[in-house]
Design a protein. Sequence first.
Length: 157
Amino acid sequence: MVHVSFYRNYGKTFKKPRRPYEKERLDAELKLVGEYGLRAKRELWRVQYALSRIRNAARMLLTLDEKNQRRIFEGEALLRRMNRYGLLEESQNKLDYVLALTVENFLERRLQTLVFKAGMAKSIHHARVLIKQRHIRYIIVSFSYVFLLSRHTIYAS
């Protein structure tokens, strides 16, 4: 007998803006979507949501006392994760630097952006095509994959 189970992730991945037709936000989003070659604004909203959760965690930890065990343990884990993804440098080892992170910091670490910045693609959109056609050494078809600092993208042989 075949056992079929359905797995469903009930966690949110993005959050829509509260005001759908705010001119300044629409212009800023359109600029980022064009600059980083995003397919839909939902990709941008996903990054904004991830950033807001990280900043909320840092803000909550900053309210605790400096000697608090939870602040020390979770704060170091958060900073280690930000260093590993290349969002913060090794010298930036305080929670205040986490609050200074921007959406652009996250978008710079995407696979699509790294392929373009490495000069492997003629444009940011060409980088997306190269990833989709698996010309990149790491066979990942997710354009929004955030690379760890230790990895490099190289053409597939």
